[in-house]
Design a binder for this molecule. Structure first.
Ligand SMILES: [Fe+2]
Ligand SMILES: [Fe+2]
Length: 298
């Protein structure tokens, strides 16, 4: 069985679907106390923890909707490509289809979670979707688009892997809803990471040098729009909740540092570099301290 087929062999057994979560447990005082301690790093900071989660998870949902949409686009465009390219057994088709379906389920789940948690329904209406999808609507080869998309998704997927491990370290028996949510999400994300690594190992090295340059341009443009999305989302949520959720917030500080480090690593070569191959000792120590992880990915 090829690498890609093996990645998704059990995707129908170990996966996140919003219906499988115990939603009645999502909000109670104990849960909110856990979020305050686990995220902000102090007791009595429930409101800050909820606003922080609202911003990060709704923004993540927006990114996941974009990933899903671009993957579907790549799949459609690949129909015109020579079948020889991983076409045998349609493994690439299957892998990208699973990936796209899982991301839209994640977006659905995360938006539902922050609505339940906060009792509010705030959409990130200024989500730059037209601009972000527009980058992938041009005449580039679908493999260039796939490579750029995976390289940008990979940063967020690596980051949430670290957070999932932190929350599991603090709640090893998975008593809390948030831990369960991240656990199920992580089942899918582990496969996405493996698919990303497949793209980095087997697809990007086969791109021409001009295609790789174009891939890096697309990564830069996507990251720039994602950064703008983050700035606008932060402003919207801070105003809506009337709190600066990022001040004196341990998780927000670590998140910012790791996101910057991971982005730099990914683009630190002509090919795309995996995070564990580019970690400096100081960042590695910070990850170990925060999450117990010696490596981000296995
Ligand atoms: Fe996801
Ligand atoms: Fe993912």
């Amino acid at each position: 069985m090829s690498t890609l087929a093996a990645v998704n062999r059990d995707a129908h057994i170990h996966y996140l679907h919003p219906n499988r979560l115990p939603w009645r447990e999502a909000v109670d005082d104990e849960e909110r106390d856990f979020l305050s301690r686990a995220l902000v790093g102090a007791q009595g900071q429930e409101a800050k923890a909820v606003a922080y989660l609202y911003k990060e998870l709704s923004q993540l949902a927006e990114l996941e909707m974009h990933v899903s949409a671009v993957l579907v686009r790549v799949l459609c465009e690949l129909q015109g490509e020579p079948a020889a390219l991983y076409g045998e057994g349609s493994e690439l088709y299957h892998a990208l289809s699973c990936f796209a379906a899982e991301e839209i389920n994640h977006a659905n789940t995360f938006y539902r979670y922050v609505r339940e948690l906060s009792g509010r329904d705030i959409k990130l209406t200024d989500n730059l979707f037209k601009e972000r999808i527009g980058l992938f609507a041009k005449d580039d080869s679908p493999m260039v688009k796939l490579a750029a998309l995976c390289a940008t998704a990979y940063v967020g997927e690596s980051l949430i892997t670290v957070f999932e491990r932190r929350i599991k370290m603090l709640d090893p028996e998975q008593r809390f809803f948030f831990t369960k949510l991240l656990h199920y999400h992580g089942l899918d994300e582990a496969r996405h990471i493996q698919s990303d690594h497949f793209v980095f190992d087997h697809i990007i090295p086969n791109l021409s040098s001009s295609e790789r340059m174009r891939m890096h341009e697309l990564i830069d443009a996507t990251e720039a729009l994602n950064t703008e999305l983050a700035i606008r989302s932060a402003a919207q949520i801070k105003t809506a909740f009337g709190t600066d959720y990022s001040s004196d917030n341990h998780s927000a500080a670590v998140q910012l540092k790791l996101a910057t480090a991971f982005r730099r690593i990914v683009q630190s070569g002509d090919l795309v570099v995996k995070v564990d191959n580019g970690l400096d000792p100081e960042t590695a120590a910070e990850i170990a301290d925060f999450s117990g992880l010696q490596r981000v990915h296995n």
